[in-house]
Design a protein around this ligand. Structure first.
Ligand code: SAM
Length: 358
């Protein structure tokens, strides 16, 4: 989900970065940069962000279908909902016959979740725990199922996956299940002259002034936006698949090679990343894609503009690698290094670009 700064007060007082549910401001902001970690938990306290997620029917209905159409997985099982928000996934699980659901939520939305659980008559089945998954004391030693909607833009922005893996290693029984249990990141290339002109080249000449220093920054920030499938010039390449039930948190840092072969003669202005998630333990394989050829979700796609405009002929390929890692200083941010080259008839390019999702 998007990290928004709406409603966050500018702060100049004492610190409380480690206590997401405190109202205290964070002194790391004094005269310094605000980080996504600073904004993160506070953004989830407001109902607006939950409204957007709930209204993303591709997302929410997939979880609902997974739960309601696979009651055999949930009946009499103890479930942990990691990052429960409004408690929607916990409510689905309770309705599907779970023995007990622990709904852990660290933002102030936990108070609403408690009220929602009560209002819907599930207080005997769902226990809402307000706090960070990494800090709460769970009333049981083990759970049968961990369910979570942890995916961020570019899959890994927000780094909530680390929290799910922490919960898995601490509480999940040996043959327990994690939902979803598979996530894959993909890459493709697009023609995007008009938007690149508007978003990037704009800074070349702003009312007659050179603002190239901002252009450099705008190039480095991947753009979260909806891509029209007609803009796609090449194949879509799988970069990485993660098995959430087995992976280590270090596996979220990786370098993946790619080869994007042009399906027509065109120009390439950007590479586009998107992800799929699936629930492989269901009776019938279920999941959704956030790709440009699928129904739109609130994750949209992530566009990485290239320094060069690549003139590519059908059958020619952009080859390279993408390196992805959480930012060392702010692990909720993601650092991306893109190496690409094209050795085509009309265009020979080889370049490395750095990006930062923040
Ligand atoms: C993407 S939202 C999903 C909310 C809800 N499960 C849903 O599907 O609508 C993720 C939620 O996890 C919470 N969260 C993130 N990290 C957490 C942590 N370490 N401990 C507890 N809650 C966390 C956030 O505050 C946010 O409400």
């Amino acid at each position: 989900m998007m990290v928004e700064d709406e409603g966050l007060e500018e702060t100049t007082e004492s610190s409380n970065l480690d206590d997401p549910i405190s109202d205290e401001p964070n002194d790391s902001l004094i005269g310094g940069e605000k980080t996504s970690a600073d904004y993160y938990f506070d953004s989830y306290s407001h109902f607006g962000i939950h409204e957007e997620m709930l209204k993303d029917t591709v997302r929410t209905k997939t979880y609902q279908n997974v739960i309601y159409q696979n009651i055999f997985l949930f009946r009499n099982k103890v479930v942990l909902d990691v990052g429960a928000g409004t408690g929607i996934l916990s409510l689905f699980c309770a309705k599907a016959g779970a023995k007990h659901v622990y709904a852990v939520e660290c933002s102030r939305m936990a108070d609403m979740a408690k009220e929602i659980v009560e209002a819907n008559g599930f207080s005997n089945v769902i226990t809402v725990l307000k706090g960070k998954v990494e800090e709460i004391v769970l009333p049981v030693a083990q759970v049968d199922i961990i369910i979570s909607e942890w995916m961020g833009y570019f899959l890994l922005f927000e780094n909530m996956l680390a929290t799910v893996l922490y919960a898995r290693d601490k509480w999940l029984i040996n043959d327990g299940i994690v939902l979803p249990d598979r996530a894959s990141l993909f890459l493709t290339a697009i023609e995007d002259a008009e938007y690149k002109e508007d978003k990037i080249e704009f800074w070349n000449n702003v009312y007659g002034f050179d603002m190239l220093c901002i252009k450099k920054q705008s190039m480095m920030e991947p753009l979260v936006d909806t891509v029209d499938q007609n803009q796609i010039v090449t194949n879509c390449q799988l970069l990485k698949t993660m098995d959430i039930s087995k992976m280590a948190s270090g596996d979220a840092s990786f370098t993946a090679p790619f080869k994007l072969v042009a399906e027509r003669n065109d120009y390439i202005h950007a590479l586009v990343a998107y992800f799929d998630v699936s629930f492989t333990k269901c009776h019938k394989l279920t999941g959704f894609s956030t790709g440009p050829r699928s129904r739109a979700t609130h994750w949209k796609q992530t566009v990485l503009y290239l320094e060069d405009v690549l003139t590519i002929g059908e059958g020619e390929a952009v080859v390279g690698s993408m390196t992805v890692a959480p930012n060392k200083k702010n692990p909720r941010d993601v650092d991306i290094m893109l190496k690409y080259s094209l050795n085509g008839e009309h265009c020979q390019v080889s370049r490395t670009q750095q990006y930062k999702m923040r």
